[in-house]
Design a protein around this ligand. Structure first.
Ligand code: MN
Length: 232
């Protein structure tokens, strides 16, 4: 018997390669404009003074292999392929040198985006929530423990739409490296196990339509896939 008025939502969780237990999701932080070529294709300059973020709710979580409906309110739903960092230890005000120690695992993720709404919000200098915090828009593949992948460096990150290569870059192209992002975020938040960071997307983003199949890969990690279903 709980004290809740109604059934609380179940905490979403992501499988971990080689583990019986899964990784329960707390918060989802997303880095904006972390690849110069993507910032340029969106008509933006890269701000090299500090990274910036938006967030997605746990209700945005969907697992790789799913079919998700084309979401309401958009005519321009986009894919963004990203490296996901899963935090595995409490972190607060941690310097970049030691920030690697907070990484539990890495994964492939998709930051699906209502691009038309994001751009409209951006132009009105409003928050990006309608564009980014979309239900079933944060797609996660099974995570791979950091100890099983080793150093994050020149791994390839790519995305195919219906078998056609659309995004193709190296993780070393990221402007803000994984440890720098964790260190910076930890100056504002008490990061905890369960917190995820989507580290930004390379160039080549584009729209999807009903029936499309997305396949994303990063060398050494489990691939992520998504099928776009009918609009609700
Ligand atoms: Mn993104």
């Amino acid at each position: 018997m709980s004290d809740y008025l109604f059934d609380a939502r179940i905490i979403p969780a992501i499988a971990v390669v080689g583990e019986d237990k899964s990784y329960p999701v707390g918060r989802i932080f997303c880095v904006g404009r972390n690849y110069a070529a993507h910032a340029a294709e969106m008509g933006n300059e890269v701000d090299r003074s500090a990274p910036f973020y938006f967030t997605k709710s746990p209700s945005a979580v969907e697992l790789s292999g799913a079919t998700t409906p084309y979401p309401p309110g958009t005519q321009n739903y986009h894919y963004e392929m990203e490296l996901v960092v899963a935090i595995g230890a409490p972190v607060f005000r941690m310097d970049a040198k030691h920030a690697w120690e907070a990484v539990y695992a890495y994964g492939c993720g998709l930051d699906m985006t209502r691009r038309d709404l994001q751009i409209a919000e951006r132009e009105k200098k409003r928050p990006w929530d309608l564009g980014k915090d979309v239900e079933q828009s944060a797609i996660f593949a099974p995570l791979t423990k950091a100890t099983d992948i080793g150093v994050i460096g020149a791994q390839q990150i790519k995305l195919e739409l219906n078998g056609e290569l659309k995004q193709d870059a190296l993780l070393s192209d990221m402007i803000w490296k994984v440890n720098e992002i964790i260190s910076h975020l930890s100056g504002f938040y008490h990061l905890r196990p369960g917190d995820l960071i989507m580290t930004g997307t390379p160039a080549g983003v584009g729209p999807v339509v009903e029936g499309d199949r997305i396949d994303g890969e990063i060398s050494g990690l489990s691939p992520v896939s998504l099928t776009i279903g009918k609009a609700e």
